[in-house]
Design a protein around this ligand. Structure first.
Ligand code: ZN
Length: 91
């Protein structure tokens, strides 16, 4: 069944709201992705999504997480580290 609200989606949406729910650069509210402006010390691919979300929350608490829309993310590489392996935040 589609449309079931999972704990993962609820927590992810909370984090998106905490981040302002819009692109930090252009203000778009669509195709938002998490971005680590200062890079990160973990690999998203190797985490299950709930654990990944905990890491995003931790990085948010440390001031190292922002929202960018897809187009801005592609044109604004992080200040440090590799290009982020981004997760779509579309519900
Ligand atoms: Zn943007």
């Amino acid at each position: 069944m589609h449309g079931r609200v999972t704990a993962y989606k609820m927590r992810r949406n909370e984090l998106i709201l905490q981040l302002g729910a819009r692109c930090e650069i252009c203000g778009s509210e669509e195709n938002l992705e998490f971005d680590h402006p200062y890079g990160r010390d973990w690999v998203a691919r190797k985490q299950n999504r709930l654990h990944r979300l905990r890491l995003y929350a931790r990085d948010y608490a440390a001031g190292n997480l922002r929202l960018l829309c897809g187009p801005c993310n592609k044109t604004h590489p992080p200040l440090f580290g590799d290009f982020d392996d981004l997760e779509e935040t579309r519900p």
